[in-house]
Design a protein around this ligand. Structure first.
Ligand code: HEM
Length: 208
């Protein structure tokens, strides 16, 4: 695969037009974590400089597949009544408006997870995403009528789906098996880092 940097529009393509996407703005929560916490977690998950380069390659491959990836996650969530409940109305009926409102932000996350620098804005928006899975902020962005909290056990368990299914998408554009391995390993570490930080609002500082 050719060695290239991501096209700038992957990072800057009018994300401000996505409703509720507060990355880098004052509307995102302030993270309680420090840059030192982040550096230590980054080391714990073993995210290396080569992984960061591999993630840039992955961004190129995933950019036009992010929408399909999120559609596939949602199909998987929709197959399981105990998971789909959190995207529907509280009475169990479907809530397609809520799904439509949140999808562009989820699509965007796939690219962000491969391209965003790990800085204070990153920490803040990851805390915000964590809050948006909990009763502290779920539904608030879209004024949605839905259950108010996604149990942490499902957030963690679903990480397996996000990680394992990425492999086929990474391999869909002709990269060699070695390159797919390299990108998949980096993507795995990135997803684990994100979801780990998202658990912070669920857990008191001492236990976390
Ligand atoms: C590793 C697992 C997961 C990932 C990577 C993920 C990712 C995301 C992302 C990126 C967003 C949009 C955040 C934003 O507003 O910018 C989001 C929101 C949401 N996710 Fe997840 N999610 C995961 C697990 C789950 C599970 C298991 C469920 C349901 C059972 C779920 C339901 C939702 C819902 C309902 C929203 C909208 C929250 C709101 O009201 O703002 N997610 N998720």
């Amino acid at each position: 695969m050719r060695d290239h940097t991501p096209t700038p529009d992957l990072v800057t393509e009018h994300p401000e037009r996505i409703h509720g996407y507060a990355y880098g703005t004052d509307e995102a929560a302030d993270s309680p974590l420090t840059m030192e916490d982040l550096d230590r977690l980054k080391a714990a998950v073993w995210l290396t400089g080569d992984d960061e380069r591999a993630l840039r390659d992955a961004a190129e491959i995933l950019a036009d597949q992010a929408d399909d990836m999120v559609t596939a996650y949602r199909a998987r969530l929709g197959d399981q009544p105990w998971l789909r409940a959190y995207s529907g109305h509280p009475d169990g009926t479907p809530n397609p408006e809520y799904g439509a409102a949140t999808k562009p932000r989820f699509d965007r996350w796939i690219i962000d997870a491969c391209t965003r620098p790990l800085d204070q804005d990153w920490l803040n928006y990851q805390h915000e995403i964590g809050l948006r899975h909990t009763r502290m902020k779920k539904n608030a962005t879209d004024d949605a009528d839905s259950l108010d909290h996604i149990p942490m056990r499902y957030l963690l368990a679903f990480t397996a789906v996000v990680i394992t299914t990425a492999r086929d998408y990474l391999g869909a554009k002709g990269a060699s098996p070695e390159q797919v391995d390299r990108m998949h390993s980096a993507f795995t570490k990135s997803v684990m880092l994100h979801v780990t930080v998202w658990t912070r609002p669920y857990v008191g500082p001492d236990a976390w």
